[in-house]
Write a protein that binds this ligand. Structure first.
Ligand code: ZN
Length: 246
């Protein structure tokens, strides 16, 4: 028997969870609880595990190579985004949605701070206030995230121009993000039975490509840190040598 909407499913009492989240993805609208009584959106839940794995891999990489805490914090936040996303899509609950969105903003704030500190600049602690915006409304979260993306791009541009850093990882991350957004948009625009959004689980593809993009952005910030440190060490050595001779 086919149930067309998540509301019908809840009315018929064939789902374990009660929907409390403020957004409804296409998989929830058209295929909720199709594969399991306990998992609302199976494709979206499974693909969220990719975000957890990439966050974990990058966290281990930065810890093993002794990158500073500010850089390690980015991958820890991505890892938490994966946890939040898994809970969110499995349960359609507001708690999972908050964990997902709060840590997306925390990852973006951490990324901006890491870029600023690499460039020897400080950031106001007030910027952290943005991470509570999902608790107010989903739209504040979207505005906050777009704002952070804009300031990150501007800061990354400054660092690349100042220190002539290799941009391969940065542009790979941007291309993967563009592909992710390309999959995110059609699902938001149309979600009808038999449509392309019904056949292709676009939101799951969004998860996979955006997770991959965070990995390349992570490689870029690691490269920035290593290159800038290298340049600073060389300048320090030159100053020391000059001091010694004069
Ligand atoms: Zn999602």
């Amino acid at each position: 028997m086919l149930y067309s909407t998540v509301r019908e499913i809840q009315q018929m009492n064939i789902s374990y969870w009660t929907k409390t989240s403020s957004t409804l993805w296409c998989e929830a609208e058209l295929h909720a609880y199709e594969d399991s009584y306990y998992i609302a959106e199976s494709f979206n839940t499974l693909s969220s595990i990719m975000i957890i794995l990439i966050g974990m891999y990058d966290l281990i990489y930065t810890k093993r190579n002794n990158y500073p805490y500010t850089i390690q914090r980015i991958s820890a936040c991505i890892w938490m985004v994966g946890i939040g996303s898994t809970i969110f899509h499995a349960t359609q609950g507001i708690i999972g949605q908050w964990i997902d969105e709060i840590f997306m903003l925390a990852a973006a704030v951490s990324y901006f701070i890491a870029l600023r500190e690499t460039n020897s600049s400080k950031v106001s602690i007030m910027l952290w206030l943005l991470i509570i915006t999902p608790l107010i409304t989903h739209y504040f979260f979207i505005f906050s995230f777009i704002f952070l993306v804009v300031v990150i791009i501007s800061e990354a541009n400054k660092i690349v121009n100042t220190y002539k850093i290799n941009t391969v990882n940065l542009y790979t991350g941007i291309i993967l993000s563009a592909i992710a957004i390309f999959f995110w948009i059609p699902e938001r625009m149309s979600c009808k039975s038999g449509s392309l959004s019904d056949v292709c689980r676009f939101h799951a593809l969004w998860h996979i490509f955006s997770a991959l993009s965070t990995h390349y952005f992570h490689l870029f910030i690691c490269e920035c840190y290593a290159d800038v440190k290298n340049i600073s060490d060389q300048e320090y050595t030159i100053v020391e040598v000059n001091h010694y001779y004069y």
